[in-house]
Design a protein around this ligand. Structure first.
Ligand SMILES: *Cc1c(COP(=O)(O)O)cnc(C)c1O
Length: 463
């Protein structure tokens, strides 16, 4: 065993080779030394486990070859653009909303220079970063006041921390949702220091359940949009209007976590309506919270809108400083919100809404164009088929969006292999596998991406 270990070269001897000297030129001394150490540690571990490592494996040339590869891999950019052909418009894994050009320009305009982030040019004194978006949010939602933080989870956390710490928050059991793997309403309530008071059963909650749970310890009523699932069948919950009446009779705030943050009706586009922020506030809810990068179609951010007195309380809480929005998101959010103001039409300019409302003929046109481009590839069998796309992002949970896809059956490799090769393209292409075919949905891609998909398919199909 000791003999085995003695066969491992010394770090110093490897560092003195010509290969290592070239690597140091490319990656720097510290990174190369560290990579050599890690590789030699691997070898020691392998010897301890298997006790038999060939001389070839331990040859300095082979070791340095692996080290060079590890260094190359470690310097590769991993956060990069992909082509989303999954048909899921708002996918958290793929970065949620695509930004409008106006939002990108707004980020760019302040990126390499100083900006008015927190200065009031009229007085020359310190200003608030919130001032850049608050008025616009109020116009679009009818709220008295608004506060923006870095995401909706933070919006809920800071609201509860400021308004309900050490007191009771009453929530229906049917609304104690988990969004994604990491946002569970009960956990967020605990983190805020508030006490969760669950009422009702999973499928049914009555107004009297809320009423019976109220006491001197009650801070507020919390309603949460069950955005990513539906309980169907024997269910009931008090209407928003009933809750508003109860909260106001009891002098307690009613706050609602909306998740999606829809600012305009989807009804004209034959889509079912999620609650619209303006309507929820008009119904008498005191405070709402929603994401900036779901149906709103902007950057990652969380918006809190509603009563001035509640917003003031939240702004002063130390956690709101810890969750504050960064200047790039703020710039992009402002530019996105502008696209909702007349004479702009958000269904023509906010990419999420464009994708949701795009006519089927346009989607079919892209599918046909891709078909023509890949017609001559003889290693695959392609078909233009109708498919189903989704809003995603915990929005419109039941809603299938009609769409078109190009379905691809590879003739000389497995569908998993083709799919993997497309993921490894310089600009990865992500589809979904169904019935042993790779489906490339055309609702979530842009016109110019048709050509990029064709090029990537050409490479991935040729083996
Ligand atoms: C998505 C969602 C959240 C979390 O929003 P983030 O912006 O991802 O933090 C919170 N509540 C509801 C109801 C949601 O749908």
């Amino acid at each position: 065993m000791d003999d085995q270990f003695r066969r491992i070269p010394q770090v110093q001897s490897l560092l003195e080779t010509d290969t290592a000297i070239a690597l140091i030129g490319a990656y720097g001394h510290a990174d190369v030394t560290n990579s050599i150490r890690l590789k030699l540690d691997d070898m020691r571990r392998a010897i301890r486990q298997t006790k038999e490592i060939s001389n070839q494996e331990l040859h300095p040339d082979k070791l340095l070859q692996d080290i060079a590869q590890n260094l190359r891999a470690s310097r590769q950019v991993t956060l990069k653009p992909v082509i989303n052909a999954t048909g899921v418009i708002i996918s958290t894994n793929l970065g949620r909303a695509k930004l409008a050009p106006e939002a990108i320009a707004a980020i760019q305009a302040i990126a390499d220079t100083y900006s008015t982030l927190e200065i009031d040019l009229a007085t020359g004194k310190r200003g608030s970063r919130q001032s850049h978006v608050e008025a616009l949010i109020c116009k679009l939602t009818g709220a008295e006041a608004a506060l923006v933080v870095n995401n909706c989870a933070a919006a809920v956390l800071v609201s509860l921390s400021a308004l309900a710490a050490k007191r009771d928050v009453i929530v229906s059991r049917g609304e104690l949702v988990e969004i994604g793997g990491s946002f569970r309403m009960p956990d967020v309530i605990v983190q805020s220091g508030a006490h969760l008071k669950e009422v009702g059963a999973t499928n049914k909650t009555h107004l009297s359940d809320y009423e019976n749970a109220m006491s001197d310890e009650t801070a507020l009523l919390l309603k949460s949009h069950t955005s990513n699932f539906k309980i169907v069948g024997f269910t009931s919950a008090p209407s928003r209007e009933d809750l508003v009446a109860l909260a106001s009779k009891s002098n307690l705030p009613l706050i609602e976590d909306l998740g999606s943050g829809l600012l305009v009706s989807l009804a004209d586009h034959h889509l079912p309506d999620e609650p619209i922020v303006r309507d929820v506030l008009a119904a008498g809810v005191d405070l709402v919270m929603f994401s900036g990068d779901k149906l709103l179609g902007g950057p990652q951010s969380g918006i809190i809108a509603g009563k001035r007195s509640l917003i003031d309380q939240i702004s002063k809480h130390p956690i709101s400083r810890a969750c504050r929005i960064d200047k790039f998101s703020l710039a992009a959010l402002h530019a996105t919100l502008e696209l909702y103001m007349a004479p702009n039409d958000p269904f023509r300019s906010v990419p999420v809404l464009v994708a949701l409302s795009e006519p089927l003929t346009a989607i079919r046109g892209r599918a046909a164009r891709l078909m023509r481009k890949i017609d001559s590839f003889d290693q695959i069998q392609a078909n233009l088929i109708s498919s189903v796309a989704f809003a995603g992002g915990g929005t419109l949970p039941e809603q299938d969006l009609p769409s078109f896809a190009v379905s691809i059956a590879p003739l000389n490799q497995s569908v998993e292999s083709l799919s993997r090769r497309l993921r490894q393209a310089p600009k990865p292409v992500l589809g979904r596998i169904s019935k042993n075919q790779l489906m490339l949905d055309m609702r979530t891609i842009s016109d110019h991406e048709v050509y990029e998909i064709a090029d990537a398919l050409h490479v991935a199909a040729s083996i």
